[in-house]
Design a protein around this ligand. Structure first.
Ligand SMILES: [Fe+2]
Length: 389
């Protein structure tokens, strides 16, 4: 099926994006097999093809999407529902095929369950890239529309381990009273975390680890002992025990939110990063201006470089990076910042240069590894196990 020049067909999804067309082009589009037609301008527009489309008995729908401000939640819902149910191939038309790409990405994000950062990255990686990205005000409006917090308040807390490991623990909850996840809890800080969870009135559903840590004992076991309804999660590839073992492409759902799971091995085999809205929790794969070491626990600099470049640096530059640790007082970074400034993984470093850097770090043997690893392989402290001094 060939659609006329000037249209952009995304065959896999049966979507054809178009700008203004001559009468002949409209006819050619219908002759090519268009089964539905969504028009994003107003009917008074001289190029409105309503008459010709309806004459061909093809359903014609108009949703004026004239400015970024038109992209209200109601409008988003209408567009998503339309593209979901529209007979395919579905033509989506505006004036320059720019706004026409918006219903398409909104629909993809919904059906493929993509967080905002992943959906925006997908839009940029399509052939050709979706044109709304060329207009910053439109791109911002689309990103906002794809972000959960645009619909419902999100509770987000970055917590720091003051007991010595400089670990960040992240609490994310689907609004007050909603379900929550805790990423990378630390044993010594469990009381603080549970107190905060109670104060905020959220329901902890999962204790999630980015990987099997070597520098601290996970709080997962102690949390489960205190709150038996909580389930622990870790990568199947870590070989560690947990209630739920996950891998690349999975979703961790809590309330109406979710974390998209991306495998980012290299620091360990079972390292996962989690994308939520426009944030990515990178564990030890990417640290601010650094990365996790690769000289123990199945570490591989080669794999880490690949993981970071394909799974983290492929996200939009404004995606916020929340690492598992920081030792210099930083809290977060962005993908763009680390691509430009990370002295190991970014700033134009090749894989060979990275491997060379990692091979020559000459780091001391981790202080807590002999205590932490055996405990973390069984989801932290279990009943009957001695607690650490
Ligand atoms: Fe680690």
């Amino acid at each position: 099926m060939t659609f006329p020049d000037g249209t952009i067909a995304y065959d896999a999804d049966g979507v054809v994006l178009a700008g203004d067309m001559t009468e002949d082009q409209v006819k050619a589009c219908l002759a090519a097999g268009a089964k539905s037609w969504l028009y994003l301008n107003e009917e008074c527009n001289k190029a409105c093809p309503k008459a010709a489309v309806e004459a061909a008995s093809v359903p014609f729908e108009m949703v004026p999407l004239m400015t970024p401000a038109s992209l209200t939640n109601e409008c988003v819902d209408k567009l998503v529902a339309y593209v979901d149910s529209a007979p395919k191939p579905a033509v989506i038309q505006c004036s320059t095929a720019t706004r026409a790409s918006i219903p398409y990405i909104l629909h993809k994000a919904k059906t493929d369950k993509l967080p905002a950062a992943s959906a925006m990255a997908l839009a940029a990686s399509m052939t050709p890239p979706l044109k709304f990205l060329e207009k910053p005000p439109l791109a911002s409006a689309v990103k906002r529309a794809l972000t959960h917090a645009n619909r419902k308040p999100v509770i987000f807390r970055q917590l720091f381990d003051t007991s010595g490991s400089s670990t960040y623990t992240y609490l994310i909850a689907d609004g007050p009273g909603g379900e929550a996840v805790l990423i990378d809890p630390v044993l010594e800080m469990v009381d603080r975390d549970l107190k905060l969870i109670d104060e905020l009135g959220v329901k902890l559903k999962y204790a999630v680890n980015t990987h099997c840590h070597a520098d601290h004992v996970t709080g997962s076991g102690a949390i489960k002992a205190a709150r038996p309804e909580v389930r622990s999660i870790i990568a199947a590839a870590s070989g560690a025990q947990a209630d739920i073992k996950i891998g690349h492409g999975d979703r961790i759902e809590f309330g109406s939110m979710f974390l998209e799971v991306r495998a980012t091995p290299g620091h360990t085999d079972g390292c996962l990063s989690y994308v939520c809205d426009d944030m990515v929790f990178t564990g030890d794969a990417v640290l601010i201006r650094g990365c996790g070491r690769t000289d123990f626990q199945q570490g591989s600099a080669d794999r880490l470089y690949e993981s970071v470049h394909t799974q983290i640096f492929s996200l939009p530059n404004d995606t916020i990076i929340y690492p598992a640790h920081d030792y210099k007082g930083h809290r977060c970074s962005t993908v763009g910042e680390e691509k430009a400034l990370n002295p190991r993984l970014g700033s134009g470093k090749t894989k060979d240069e990275f491997v060379e850097i990692m091979a020559n770090l000459n780091l001391p043997y981790p202080k807590k590894i002999d205590e932490a690893l055996p405990k973390n392989m069984v989801c932290g402290i279990q009943e009957g196990m001695p607690t650490p001094a």
